[in-house]
Design a protein around this ligand. Structure first.
Ligand SMILES: NC(=O)c1ccc[n+]([C@@H]2O[C@H](COP(=O)([O-])OP(=O)(O)OC[C@H]3O[C@@H](n4cnc5c(N)ncnc54)[C@H](OP(=O)(O)O)[C@@H]3O)[C@@H](O)[C@H]2O)c1
Length: 249
Protein backbone atom coordinates (compact mmCIF):
# COMPACT_ATOMS: atom_id res chain seq x y z
CA UNK A 1 0.00 0.00 0.00
CA UNK A 2 1.25 3.49 -0.85
CA UNK A 3 2.29 5.97 1.84
CA UNK A 4 -0.64 8.23 0.91
CA UNK A 5 -3.20 5.52 0.21
CA UNK A 6 -6.65 7.12 -0.20
CA UNK A 7 -5.47 10.53 1.02
CA UNK A 8 -6.77 13.68 -0.64
CA UNK A 9 -4.00 16.15 -1.46
CA UNK A 10 -4.17 19.71 -2.78
CA UNK A 11 -0.97 21.02 -4.40
CA UNK A 12 -0.79 24.64 -5.52
CA UNK A 13 1.43 25.31 -8.52
CA UNK A 14 1.08 21.63 -9.41
CA UNK A 15 1.23 22.23 -13.16
CA UNK A 16 5.01 22.49 -13.40
CA UNK A 17 8.37 21.99 -11.72
CA UNK A 18 8.45 20.88 -8.09
CA UNK A 19 4.65 20.90 -7.70
CA UNK A 20 4.21 18.64 -10.72
CA UNK A 21 6.82 16.20 -9.41
CA UNK A 22 5.08 16.18 -6.02
CA UNK A 23 1.74 15.47 -7.70
CA UNK A 24 3.26 12.57 -9.66
CA UNK A 25 4.86 11.07 -6.54
CA UNK A 26 1.71 11.47 -4.43
CA UNK A 27 -0.34 9.66 -7.10
CA UNK A 28 2.22 6.82 -7.13
CA UNK A 29 1.74 6.61 -3.36
CA UNK A 30 -2.03 6.24 -3.69
CA UNK A 31 -3.34 9.79 -3.21
CA UNK A 32 -6.09 11.56 -5.03
CA UNK A 33 -4.64 14.90 -6.02
CA UNK A 34 -5.93 18.34 -6.96
CA UNK A 35 -3.41 20.59 -8.69
CA UNK A 36 -3.85 24.33 -9.16
CA UNK A 37 -2.22 27.07 -11.21
CA UNK A 38 -3.10 30.16 -13.22
CA UNK A 39 -2.34 28.81 -16.73
CA UNK A 40 -4.98 26.38 -17.95
CA UNK A 41 -2.68 25.09 -20.70
CA UNK A 42 0.02 24.10 -18.18
CA UNK A 43 -2.58 22.28 -16.08
CA UNK A 44 -3.99 20.50 -19.16
CA UNK A 45 -0.52 19.37 -20.17
CA UNK A 46 0.21 18.14 -16.64
CA UNK A 47 -3.04 16.19 -16.55
CA UNK A 48 -2.08 14.25 -19.69
CA UNK A 49 0.87 12.73 -17.79
CA UNK A 50 -0.66 12.37 -14.32
CA UNK A 51 -3.64 10.10 -14.94
CA UNK A 52 -7.18 9.86 -13.69
CA UNK A 53 -6.53 10.30 -9.96
CA UNK A 54 -5.66 13.95 -10.54
CA UNK A 55 -7.97 16.89 -11.22
CA UNK A 56 -6.97 20.46 -11.98
CA UNK A 57 -8.32 23.79 -10.84
CA UNK A 58 -7.41 26.99 -12.64
CA UNK A 59 -6.99 29.88 -10.24
CA UNK A 60 -4.70 32.42 -8.62
CA UNK A 61 -3.75 31.76 -4.97
CA UNK A 62 -3.53 35.49 -4.30
CA UNK A 63 -7.21 36.00 -5.25
CA UNK A 64 -9.63 35.27 -2.45
CA UNK A 65 -12.51 34.43 -4.86
CA UNK A 66 -10.37 31.87 -6.66
CA UNK A 67 -9.31 30.22 -3.41
CA UNK A 68 -12.92 30.06 -2.20
CA UNK A 69 -14.03 28.54 -5.54
CA UNK A 70 -11.23 25.99 -5.33
CA UNK A 71 -12.29 24.78 -1.89
CA UNK A 72 -15.98 24.76 -2.84
CA UNK A 73 -15.06 22.39 -5.66
CA UNK A 74 -12.76 20.26 -3.46
CA UNK A 75 -15.49 20.07 -0.81
CA UNK A 76 -18.06 18.91 -3.35
CA UNK A 77 -15.73 16.38 -4.98
CA UNK A 78 -13.90 14.94 -1.96
CA UNK A 79 -15.39 16.40 1.23
CA UNK A 80 -11.99 16.67 2.93
CA UNK A 81 -8.28 17.45 2.58
CA UNK A 82 -5.59 15.26 4.18
CA UNK A 83 -2.51 16.94 2.71
CA UNK A 84 -2.03 20.54 1.60
CA UNK A 85 1.13 21.56 -0.22
CA UNK A 86 1.37 25.36 -0.59
CA UNK A 87 3.97 25.32 -3.33
CA UNK A 88 2.98 28.07 -5.80
CA UNK A 89 5.57 30.82 -5.88
CA UNK A 90 7.15 33.46 -8.08
CA UNK A 91 10.50 35.20 -8.20
CA UNK A 92 11.51 38.51 -9.79
CA UNK A 93 15.20 38.95 -9.01
CA UNK A 94 16.47 42.51 -8.58
CA UNK A 95 18.86 44.28 -6.22
CA UNK A 96 17.26 46.69 -3.75
CA UNK A 97 17.76 49.83 -5.83
CA UNK A 98 15.95 48.39 -8.87
CA UNK A 99 12.99 46.59 -7.29
CA UNK A 100 9.74 47.90 -8.82
CA UNK A 101 6.37 48.15 -7.06
CA UNK A 102 5.01 45.50 -9.42
CA UNK A 103 7.82 43.07 -8.56
CA UNK A 104 7.36 43.69 -4.86
CA UNK A 105 3.60 43.22 -4.98
CA UNK A 106 3.67 40.18 -7.25
CA UNK A 107 6.07 38.32 -4.94
CA UNK A 108 4.27 39.25 -1.71
CA UNK A 109 0.84 38.59 -3.25
CA UNK A 110 1.64 35.06 -4.40
CA UNK A 111 4.31 33.93 -1.95
CA UNK A 112 2.84 35.38 1.25
CA UNK A 113 -0.84 36.28 0.79
CA UNK A 114 -1.28 33.21 -1.43
CA UNK A 115 0.20 30.83 1.14
CA UNK A 116 -1.83 32.50 3.90
CA UNK A 117 -5.15 32.31 2.06
CA UNK A 118 -4.70 28.81 0.70
CA UNK A 119 -4.03 27.57 4.23
CA UNK A 120 -6.56 29.64 6.16
CA UNK A 121 -9.42 28.86 3.77
CA UNK A 122 -8.55 25.14 3.81
CA UNK A 123 -9.14 24.86 7.57
CA UNK A 124 -12.81 23.78 7.42
CA UNK A 125 -11.92 20.98 4.98
CA UNK A 126 -8.67 19.86 6.58
CA UNK A 127 -8.98 16.62 8.50
CA UNK A 128 -7.76 16.49 12.07
CA UNK A 129 -4.32 14.88 11.75
CA UNK A 130 -3.74 16.42 8.31
CA UNK A 131 -0.30 17.49 7.10
CA UNK A 132 0.51 20.91 5.65
CA UNK A 133 3.74 21.47 3.73
CA UNK A 134 4.72 25.07 2.97
CA UNK A 135 7.34 25.48 0.26
CA UNK A 136 9.83 28.18 1.22
CA UNK A 137 13.44 28.43 -0.02
CA UNK A 138 16.92 28.43 1.49
CA UNK A 139 16.80 32.13 0.50
CA UNK A 140 14.82 32.64 3.73
CA UNK A 141 18.06 32.34 5.73
CA UNK A 142 20.84 32.74 3.15
CA UNK A 143 21.39 35.98 1.24
CA UNK A 144 21.56 35.41 -2.51
CA UNK A 145 22.25 38.07 -5.12
CA UNK A 146 19.12 39.93 -6.26
CA UNK A 147 16.82 37.96 -3.95
CA UNK A 148 15.97 40.59 -1.30
CA UNK A 149 12.18 40.68 -1.77
CA UNK A 150 11.86 37.01 -2.64
CA UNK A 151 13.90 36.11 0.46
CA UNK A 152 11.63 38.23 2.65
CA UNK A 153 8.55 36.46 1.29
CA UNK A 154 10.11 33.06 1.93
CA UNK A 155 11.09 34.09 5.47
CA UNK A 156 7.41 34.84 6.03
CA UNK A 157 6.56 31.34 4.78
CA UNK A 158 9.04 29.74 7.16
CA UNK A 159 7.60 31.82 9.99
CA UNK A 160 4.03 30.77 9.08
CA UNK A 161 5.05 27.12 9.40
CA UNK A 162 6.31 27.69 12.93
CA UNK A 163 3.29 29.70 14.05
CA UNK A 164 0.70 27.48 12.39
CA UNK A 165 2.28 24.33 13.83
CA UNK A 166 1.42 25.96 17.15
CA UNK A 167 -2.03 27.22 16.11
CA UNK A 168 -3.14 23.84 14.74
CA UNK A 169 -1.59 21.44 17.24
CA UNK A 170 -4.94 20.99 19.05
CA UNK A 171 -6.25 19.33 15.89
CA UNK A 172 -3.18 17.16 15.39
CA UNK A 173 -2.46 19.03 12.16
CA UNK A 174 1.26 19.13 11.44
CA UNK A 175 2.74 22.10 9.58
CA UNK A 176 6.23 21.92 8.16
CA UNK A 177 8.35 23.96 5.83
CA UNK A 178 10.24 22.55 2.83
CA UNK A 179 13.12 24.75 1.68
CA UNK A 180 14.64 23.87 -1.69
CA UNK A 181 18.02 25.06 -2.86
CA UNK A 182 18.43 25.59 -6.61
CA UNK A 183 16.38 22.98 -8.49
CA UNK A 184 16.16 22.57 -12.26
CA UNK A 185 12.61 23.74 -12.99
CA UNK A 186 10.96 26.37 -15.23
CA UNK A 187 11.44 29.00 -12.49
CA UNK A 188 15.15 29.24 -13.42
CA UNK A 189 14.10 30.45 -16.86
CA UNK A 190 11.98 33.18 -15.24
CA UNK A 191 14.95 34.85 -13.49
CA UNK A 192 15.76 37.26 -16.29
CA UNK A 193 18.76 35.32 -17.63
CA UNK A 194 18.93 35.45 -21.46
CA UNK A 195 18.12 32.08 -23.10
CA UNK A 196 21.60 31.75 -24.57
CA UNK A 197 23.21 32.14 -21.12
CA UNK A 198 20.85 29.82 -19.27
CA UNK A 199 22.98 26.70 -19.56
CA UNK A 200 26.09 28.51 -18.28
CA UNK A 201 24.02 30.07 -15.48
CA UNK A 202 22.77 26.65 -14.40
CA UNK A 203 26.31 25.24 -14.54
CA UNK A 204 27.64 28.06 -12.35
CA UNK A 205 24.79 27.59 -9.90
CA UNK A 206 25.51 23.86 -9.77
CA UNK A 207 29.19 24.49 -9.04
CA UNK A 208 28.22 26.58 -5.98
CA UNK A 209 26.39 23.61 -4.47
CA UNK A 210 28.37 21.15 -2.30
CA UNK A 211 26.84 18.16 -4.12
CA UNK A 212 27.99 19.76 -7.38
CA UNK A 213 24.71 20.01 -9.26
CA UNK A 214 21.20 21.46 -9.24
CA UNK A 215 18.48 19.49 -7.48
CA UNK A 216 15.93 17.46 -9.39
CA UNK A 217 12.19 18.06 -8.84
CA UNK A 218 11.83 14.35 -7.92
CA UNK A 219 14.23 14.87 -5.02
CA UNK A 220 12.00 17.62 -3.65
CA UNK A 221 8.98 15.38 -4.18
CA UNK A 222 10.62 12.71 -2.01
CA UNK A 223 11.15 15.28 0.76
CA UNK A 224 7.56 16.53 0.40
CA UNK A 225 6.30 12.94 0.64
CA UNK A 226 8.21 12.47 3.88
CA UNK A 227 6.62 15.57 5.41
CA UNK A 228 3.16 14.77 4.01
CA UNK A 229 3.01 11.15 5.14
CA UNK A 230 2.98 9.32 8.47
CA UNK A 231 6.75 8.80 8.03
CA UNK A 232 7.10 12.20 9.74
CA UNK A 233 4.32 11.68 12.29
CA UNK A 234 6.30 13.21 15.22
CA UNK A 235 7.61 16.17 13.22
CA UNK A 236 5.97 19.58 13.12
CA UNK A 237 7.25 23.13 12.75
CA UNK A 238 10.56 22.12 11.12
CA UNK A 239 12.34 23.52 8.10
CA UNK A 240 13.52 20.66 5.89
CA UNK A 241 16.21 21.93 3.51
CA UNK A 242 16.71 19.93 0.32
CA UNK A 243 19.54 21.98 -1.08
CA UNK A 244 22.54 19.79 -1.87
CA UNK A 245 24.19 21.33 1.20
CA UNK A 246 24.22 24.90 -0.15
CA UNK A 247 22.71 26.41 2.99
CA UNK A 248 24.31 23.96 5.40
CA UNK A 249 28.10 23.77 5.08
N1 LIG B 1 13.40 25.75 -8.46
C1 LIG B 1 14.13 26.31 -7.49
O1 LIG B 1 15.35 26.48 -7.63
C2 LIG B 1 13.49 26.73 -6.20
C3 LIG B 1 14.33 27.05 -5.12
C4 LIG B 1 13.77 27.44 -3.92
C5 LIG B 1 12.39 27.52 -3.79
N2 LIG B 1 11.59 27.22 -4.86
C6 LIG B 1 10.15 27.33 -4.67
O2 LIG B 1 9.52 26.14 -5.11
C7 LIG B 1 8.19 26.45 -5.51
C8 LIG B 1 7.93 25.80 -6.86
O3 LIG B 1 8.76 26.43 -7.83
P1 LIG B 1 9.33 25.68 -9.13
O4 LIG B 1 10.78 25.75 -9.05
O5 LIG B 1 8.66 24.39 -9.31
O6 LIG B 1 8.92 26.73 -10.28
P2 LIG B 1 7.73 26.73 -11.35
O7 LIG B 1 7.84 25.56 -12.25
O8 LIG B 1 7.74 28.10 -11.92
O9 LIG B 1 6.45 26.51 -10.43
C9 LIG B 1 5.74 27.53 -9.83
C10 LIG B 1 4.28 27.16 -9.96
O10 LIG B 1 3.49 28.10 -9.22
C11 LIG B 1 2.38 28.48 -10.03
N3 LIG B 1 2.00 29.81 -9.62
C12 LIG B 1 2.76 30.92 -9.61
N4 LIG B 1 2.06 31.97 -9.18
C13 LIG B 1 0.82 31.51 -8.89
C14 LIG B 1 -0.37 32.11 -8.40
N5 LIG B 1 -0.44 33.41 -8.09
N6 LIG B 1 -1.46 31.34 -8.23
C15 LIG B 1 -1.43 30.02 -8.52
N7 LIG B 1 -0.34 29.39 -8.99
C16 LIG B 1 0.77 30.14 -9.17
C17 LIG B 1 2.89 28.41 -11.46
O11 LIG B 1 1.85 28.17 -12.39
P3 LIG B 1 1.14 29.39 -13.19
O12 LIG B 1 2.23 30.26 -13.70
O13 LIG B 1 0.35 28.70 -14.24
O14 LIG B 1 0.28 30.05 -12.19
C18 LIG B 1 3.81 27.20 -11.40
O15 LIG B 1 3.10 26.01 -11.68
C19 LIG B 1 8.07 27.96 -5.49
O16 LIG B 1 7.42 28.38 -4.31
C20 LIG B 1 9.50 28.43 -5.49
O17 LIG B 1 9.66 29.69 -4.89
C21 LIG B 1 12.12 26.82 -6.05
Amino acid sequence: MGKLHDKVAVITGGGSGIGLAIARRFVEEGAQVVITGRRQEALDEALTTLGSRVTAFQGDVSRRDDVERLYKQVGQSYGRIDVLVANAGVIHPAPLEFVTDEQYESQFDTNVRGVFQITQKALPLLNDGASIVLVSSIAHFKALEGHCVYAATKAAVRSFARSWAYDLKHRGIRVNCLSPGPVKTPIIGKMGVPDESLEAFERTLGEMIPLGRLGRPEELAAAALFLASAESSFITGVDLCADGGLGQI
